[in-house]
Write a protein that binds this ligand. Structure first.
Ligand SMILES: NC(=O)c1ccc[n+]([C@@H]2O[C@H](COP(=O)([O-])OP(=O)(O)OC[C@H]3O[C@@H](n4cnc5c(N)ncnc54)[C@H](O)[C@@H]3O)[C@@H](O)[C@H]2O)c1
Length: 277
């Protein structure tokens, strides 16, 4: 594994975050935001992150999220520089193929499941002992508004994000009593390289209205909220809403998410049919 980055001062209370898929897009914006907030950042991807070269706030290296041994090595490398604890894990790495289901291949199906699902499972499993040692630990999984209802022309991607939703909900229940918060963010379309060449009806109908910075802001807000619970009556009400396990990002995803919580199944299906075909 190649890596760069300076050691944290011995015995310091520096907070650590590991972000996967941090080479570009939402992962890069998230890693940069945590670095600006004073965290020691582990920014990992299939290649060391070029943007982090020479930045002593950032440890960068290679982490293929489908490889359990690579997870162990990256976590050890990062946390050795900050007392063996990991405060925040951001499972961000992901792949998307947007096309009619029958036009994709078995290999593409497998790649999506490997990165989007196994990558999150492996990350949570490998990070657990490091999270257990940290104060106010939190896992933020990059889910998607496509985990609300199965999306036409994104069937496998949508299915993988339903799996991320399931892992998040289950570990929230299992790890909550251990003091580890597990939550997820649910953006709709975000203007990153992931959407290059994608031209689904859903994307045309709903447009691309979010930036990577919008999503990074929600991820860092979840980490800070876990660290500093809001005070005062209004703050506690806002905090209770914000402490939901899943956080839709942006007005469109929020409206669709809330409608799905209260609307009858047939209406939700009809709305999704209209939006994605
Ligand atoms: N862009 C969107 O519209 C959108 C919407 C909702 C959710 N998301 C989710 O947000 C996350 C980030 O998406 P993005 O738009 O920034 O994508 P992106 O394609 O811009 O970046 C993804 C990063 O993941 C890395 N990656 C791919 N396979 C990997 C592997 N095996 N191990 C480690 N890293 C790997 C890539 O190298 C890349 O740097 C994904 O989980 C995605 O599903 C994106």
């Amino acid at each position: 594994m190649s890596a760069t980055g300076a050691d944290a001062p011995a015995g310091s209370a520096v907070r650590t975050v590991l972000v996967t898929g941090a080479g570009r897009g939402i992962g890069e914006a998230t890693a940069r935001r945590f670095a600006d907030a004073g965290y020691l950042v582990g920014a990992f991807d299939l290649q060391p992150c070029a943007w982090a070269a020479g930045d002593d706030r950032v440890v960068t290296g290679v982490l293929d999220v489908t490889d359990p041994a690579a997870w162990e090595a990256a976590l050890e490398q990062l946390t050795a520089r900050a007392g063996g604890a990991l405060n925040v894990l951001v499972n961000n790495a992901g792949l998307l193929y947007g096309m009619p289901f029958v036009d994709a291949s078995y290999e593409q199906d497998s790649a999506l499941v490997d990165v989007n699902v196994k990558g999150v499972m492996y990350g949570c499993r490998a990070a657990f002992p490091y999270l257990e040692k940290a104060s106010s630990p939190v896992v933020v999984n990059l889910c998607s508004a496509s985990a609300i209802y199965g999306q036409a022309e994104m069937a496998v991607y949508s299915a993988t994000k339903f799996a991320v939703r399931g892992i998040t909900e289950a570990l929230d229940l299992e790890w909550g009593p251990k003091g580890i918060r597990v939550c997820s963010v649910w953006p709709l379309y975000v203007g990153t390289g992931m959407l290059e060449g994608v031209n689904t009806a859903g994307m045309r109908n709903m447009g691309v209205r979010l930036t990577e910075g919008d999503v990074a802001g929600e991820v860092s807000d979840l980490a800070e909220q876990t660290r500093r619970p809001p005070s005062g009556l209004l703050g506690r009400i806002r905090g209770a809403v914000g402490r939901a396990v899943h956080r839709p990002v942006g007005a469109q995803a929020t409206a669709i998410y809330l409608a799905s919580q209260v609307g009858p199944g047939r209406i939700i299906r009809l709305a999704n049919k209209r939006l994605t075909s």
